[in-house]
Design a protein around this ligand. Structure first.
Ligand code: SAM
Length: 266
């Protein structure tokens, strides 16, 4: 069963049509029958029709109601397949956890890819791995190292929680309609045990945001709101550096220093 579907820009619809790329993506995911597999934005089923062959109990979350109707009919012969009609950003993914860690996949709508990543990371302990198609530029930011101009809040916070593996570059010609940008598949694997652990993850997140708000300024300048907790941070942490020069573990050390100071003053 095929569909004549007019791609909707507001839903970020760029459908995969390149069968060679599709095969590479399926091979990278390596779906198994007993996986707890969830696809975000299945669209016209370019990936779904291959995933379901290997994992008939997979689930999908799709916002476009026309596509939900299409998918319901197309996969009517798969009794264990489930469709959740709605917005992935408002979906509580913990509901899909059934004792088996989730494997999340999707060619994500580019306009909401960063908020989706942060939304999913709330349930990181329930997730085995994630394979997503994103803008190449976002994949570069996810995997960036200190000193690189694309290194920023997204790199630090995602690398704090996950191992980032850029996998497959994908050109615009692999989609209909073709997007204006390059894309790439990335694998994100939440750490089982983190390389460094923040005492207070909310504080780490705020600190990283503050630090990158004005990239050209020194940490001492960016972190004025925390000044009273940074009095004796040096020499352990050199505050004359800029955020883009700090590794994830250095951000964690800074956050833990502030968190200890807050505790000692309360
Ligand atoms: N997986 C298909 C493919 O590779 O051809 C479609 C990918 S297309 C880039 C993005 C898909 O996500 C579309 O089917 C779109 O309707 C759906 N979508 C957009 N926003 C969504 C949201 N907030 N929640 C769930 N699905 C969404």
């Amino acid at each position: 069963m095929t569909i004549q579907h007019q791609a909707r820009k507001r839903f970020g619809q760029n459908f995969l049509v390149d069968q060679h790329i599709i095969s590479q993506i399926i091979a990278a995911i390596g779906p198994k029958a007993d996986d707890n597999l969830i696809e975000i934005g299945p669209g016209t089923a370019a990936l779904t029709e291959h995933l379901i062959e290997r994992c008939p109990s997979m689930k999908v979350v799709e916002l476009d109601r026309d596509l939900v109707s299409f998918l319901t009919e197309k996969f009517a012969d798969y009794p264990d397949f489930s469709i959740f009609s709605g917005d992935a950003l408002k979906t509580d993914f913990a509901q899909f956890y059934d004792g088996r860690q989730m494997r999340l996949v999707g060619n994500l709508p580019y306009n909401i890819s960063t908020p989706i990543l942060f939304h999913l990371l709330k349930n990181r302990t329930l997730i085995k791995d994630m394979h997503f198609m994103l803008q190449r530029e976002v994949v570069d930011r996810l995997g960036a190292v200190p000193g690189n101009k694309t290194y920023g809040r997204l790199s630090v916070m995602v690398q704090y929680h996950c191992r980032v593996m850029p996998l497959i570059p994908v050109p615009p010609s692999a989609f209909r309609p073709a997007p204006k940008v390059q894309s790439a598949i990335v694998r994100l694997k939440p750490h089982r045990s983190k390389p460094s652990t923040a005492d207070n993850e909310e504080l780490l997140s705020q600190l990283v945001s503050h630090s990158f708000q004005q990239r050209r300024k020194t940490l001492r300048n960016c972190l004025r709101p925390y000044a009273e907790h940074l009095v004796d941070a040096e020499p352990e942490i050199d505050l004359s550096r800029r955020a883009e020069q700090l590794s994830v573990s250095e951000f964690v050390a800074l956050s833990n220093h502030i968190s200890q100071s807050i505790k000692s003053k309360t």
